[in-house]
Write a protein that binds this ligand. Sequence first.
Ligand code: ZN
Length: 137
Amino acid sequence: MHELSIMEAVRDQALEQAERHGGGRITAITLRIGSLAGVEPEALTMAFDVVMAGTTAAGARLVIEAVAAECFCAGCQAPFPAQDGVCECPRCGAISRQLLRGRELQLASLELADPAPADPTFADPASADPDPRRQDR
Ligand SMILES: [Zn+2]
């Protein structure tokens, strides 16, 4: 199962980050998942419970932050939403090869049982653009 190995990587990264913040128990893990990342959220949720068992992240909540795919049109110098991965500009009809986002599959943030300062370095600079749907706390 594809999602299982993804979750194992997420777990290792999350445990490493938690360790750096004092090794507290992880109560929630937020993943940022692009609409073109090619993973099933339900399968990820199932894999989550399996791989977190027996670690300091056992029983943690999995929060999935969906990222809608977006392409950039060089002709119009403007981004546009990429429905189902089709990068055809709605303004001029050109096919864009610049996918701005939509393939991310990354650890967005952790919630630890012990109060620890938020670490902004979790964020990928590539996705540090203003998005009203972001659920940063
Ligand atoms: Zn265009």
